[in-house]
Design a protein around this ligand. Structure first.
Ligand SMILES: NC(=O)c1ccc[n+]([C@@H]2O[C@H](COP(=O)([O-])OP(=O)(O)OC[C@H]3O[C@@H](n4cnc5c(N)ncnc54)[C@H](OP(=O)(O)O)[C@@H]3O)[C@@H](O)[C@H]2O)c1
Length: 304
């Protein structure tokens, strides 16, 4: 049994919340976890109550990274989508090299597997992930790159809730493109598996998808089955959707990233499938139907 604490960055969680899920899954396996959070709050308290060692710090702060990494041999690195992503990766990588870690599990994105020095996407986040993977390769660190496709938790939960709940419509500007979204929870299962036994995975990159790739009409049919009422896919025009998104997003970087993801869906670039979640964890990833069932209360109008 690995006796060092395993460092989980982004452990408080906000969007996909892979950090807290991985923390919990590792602790349940009897492994020690050092959970890095930006501040102490009810999320860090919950992790502490589960048995995690909490370290407070900023991923952009070298001193904080030393405190976080010292004594750890395995690291899960991820943080929120944002313009300082590459700097944070470099910061963590430089300190991880200094401490000679045995595994650096890096969260990336599936689009990176289609990118090269002459072919990128309009998303600044995709570019950060591509450059981060390049930099980690140059670093000589023992890296595992995880490249999930779009999380169900964003377009198919956060963005979908108002339309599905109030109008029985799954409203997305995805055109006729197919997609194979993955639940962040399934990505967390893969991260956990690798952190628990990293040796066979070092140097590998894994493209992770949900259980099937299908058009949005078929995705909407899964909502219908999960919720017991008919949900229709409405292919909304991109421009007004993009304007609304840009007005509400926390940064232009995030807005540009999400707008690019929608555009790539329209170009059918998310029509991908791999069976890696099942191969790496021993059980298949959840379907949209199961994901929507788990979040059914979000998609239903509350009755007084
Ligand atoms: N969403 C998708 O469809 C998708 C698909 C494929 C890959 N990904 C990748 O998944 C990753 C995000 O994973 P996730 O959704 O599980 O993350 P998440 O739940 O949004 O959590 C990110 C965490 O990072 C923390 N954080 C942000 N800036 C920080 C800083 N400077 N120092 C320390 N902590 C910081 C946040 O802290 P606070 O909560 O305190 O702000 C938050 O807890 C990204 O790499 C993204 O590109 C996402």
């Amino acid at each position: 049994m690995h006796s060092h604490p395993i460092l989980v960055t982004g452990a408080a969680g906000r969007v996909g919340s892979i950090g807290p899920a991985v923390t919990e899954m590792l602790l349940r396996r009897g492994l020690k976890v050092r959970a890095m959070v930006r501040k102490e709050d009810e999320r860090s308290q919950r992790l502490k109550d589960l048995g995690a060692q909490i370290v407070v710090g900023d991923l952009l702060d070298l001193h904080a990274m030393h405190q976080a990494i010292e004594g750890c041999r395995r690291i899960y690195f991820a943080m929120s989508v944002g313009p300082t992503y590459l700097e944070a990766t470099a910061n963590a990588a430089a300190v991880a090299r200094h401490h000679e870690v045995e595994a650096f599990v890096n969260m990336s994105q599936m689009t990176v597997s289609q990118m090269s020095i002459t072919s990128t996407t309009p998303s600044p986040q995709h570019k950060h992930h591509w450059l981060a993977e390049q930099m980690l390769a140059w670093s000589g660190l023992p890296v595992v790159n995880l490249r999930p496709t779009a999380f169900m938790d964003v377009f198919f939960l956060r963005f979908a809730v108002p339309g599905v709940r109030n109008e029985d419509k799954l409203m997305l500007p995805f055109g006729p493109g197919k997609t194979s979204p993955i639940a962040a929870w399934d990505v967390a299962r893969v991260v956990t598996e690798i952190l628990a036994e990293p040796a066979p995975h070092i140097g590998r990159a894994y493209d992770l998808t949900g259980p099937r790739s299908e058009a949005l009409d078929e995705v909407a049919a899964q909502y219908s089955r999960a919720l017991g009422r008919e949900i229709k896919y409405v292919d909304v025009p991109p421009e007004p959707w993009e304007q609304k998104l840009a007005a509400g997003a926390s940064s232009p970087h995030l807005a540009a990233h999400l707008i690019a993801m929608a555009g790539l869906h329209r170009q059918n670039r998310y029509d991908r499938y791999t069976d890696l979640v099942e191969r790496l964890t021993g059980s298949p990833p959840m379907s949209v139907e199961e994901f929507v069932s788990r979040h059914a209360s979000d998609f239903c109008v509350a009755t007084p």
